[in-house]
Design a protein around this ligand. Structure first.
Ligand SMILES: Cc1cc2nc3c(=O)[nH]c(=O)nc-3n(C[C@H](O)[C@H](O)[C@H](O)COP(=O)(O)OP(=O)(O)OC[C@H]3O[C@@H](n4cnc5c(N)ncnc54)[C@H](O)[C@@H]3O)c2cc1C
Length: 275
């Protein structure tokens, strides 16, 4: 449980972090809350020779209104999402998803940028971004670019972030007064989801994101199409797993995960938020 030796560098700005990434290339990993990076380093699943700490970068922890969207800085911690009245009013789905991440200690260290950048299909916040059709803003040597969440996840722990890019912001549309649901099935209240479903109503249909139903966070595109076609909620829920490819592990067989996705989507469509 002791990570391989690494050099530690602390960036004081996004520009400095980008310079350090350019200098060290594939050898380097950014450190935000450390609650995904450090465990995989301890298990020796990652062995960066340089860790670039973003802890000194100011100005990346914010939740602010920007036109029809809410912009959230990458270093905003889960607890700040969970306790934000502004986020609760504008995007209650995202606030709720943050409130069910791990336990209190994890929510006080983990950041939205780290959660999204890590690319773990079992993570909660990316599924909410999928349901909300959010956008990820990244910055690199040639400036900023915006990546729709649908284009961000490429494979297991693999994203569209370039090796010299920093995730700086997440943007989601305001959806305050519309129905939403978030269902997370787990054995103990502090666990990762065995399966999770995020649902957000929108004009003419809704967005549906799936947790732990494949190698990446997934969109339930077939169920969304049925929603747009005004199918009955129970019929939509039966399509929850149509685009999924869940694994079997010690927690659940693939068949059980498919069953859970259908049950959880029915509950989410009814406006249910699990605790
Ligand atoms: C016991 C335990 C239980 C947990 N349970 C849950 C759970 O139930 N649900 C859930 O969703 N999560 C859970 N987590 C994960 C937790 O939410 C993490 O904090 C989060 O996934 C990663 O955020 P972080 O800020 O800690 O990132 P870090 O661990 O610091 O970084 C994670 C990865 O993202 C990269 N990265 C970080 N920030 C940036 C950035 N700004 N730009 C580019 N790359 C970046 C890092 O280089 C690294 O590869 C759990 C973690 C633990 C240890």
């Amino acid at each position: 449980m002791i990570p391989a030796a690494f050099a530690y560098r602390r960036a004081e700005s996004v520009a400095e972090a980008i310079e350090l990434l350019a200098e060290y290339g594939d050898e380097a990993k950014l450190l935000a809350g450390g609650h995904s990076l450090l465990p995989i380093m301890k298990f020796r699943l990652a062995a960066p020779s340089v860790v670039i700490d973003l802890g000194g970068v100011g100005g990346l922890d914010y939740i602010r209104a920007d036109g029809d969207e809410i912009a959230i800085g990458a270093l905003t911690r889960h607890v700040d999402l969970e306790t934000s009245a502004e986020l609760g009013a504008a995007v209650p789905l995202l606030r709720h998803a943050a409130s069910v991440v791990g336990d209190c200690q994890i929510r006080h260290r983990g950041t939205i940028g780290g959660s999204v950048a890590h690319g773990d299909p079992a993570a909660d916040l990316p599924s909410a971004l999928m349901a909300l059709r959010g956008t990820v803003v990244v910055e690199g040597p040639s400036g900023r670019r915006e990546i729709p969440i649908d284009d961000f996840y490429l494979g297991f722990l693999e994203t569209a972030l370039g090796p010299d890019e920093v995730l700086v912001e997440v943007r989601v549309p305001r959806r305050g007064d519309r129905p939403w649901g978030f269902q997370k099935f787990r054995r103990r209240s502090i666990d990762w989801a065995i399966v999770g479903v995020a649902y957000q109503s929108e004009d003419g249909g809704g967005g549906i994101g799936l947790v732990n139903m494949g190698p990446t966070t997934l969109r339930a595109a077939t169920a969304e199409a049925a929603l747009r076609g005004a199918a009955a909620p129970d019929d939509v829920a039966q399509l929850a797993d149509a685009d999924a490819d869940p694994i079997g592990d010690a927690s659940a067989t693939p068949e059980y995960r498919r069953h859970l996705a259908r049950v959880l989507l029915a509950r989410a469509l009814a406006g249910g938020a699990s605790t």
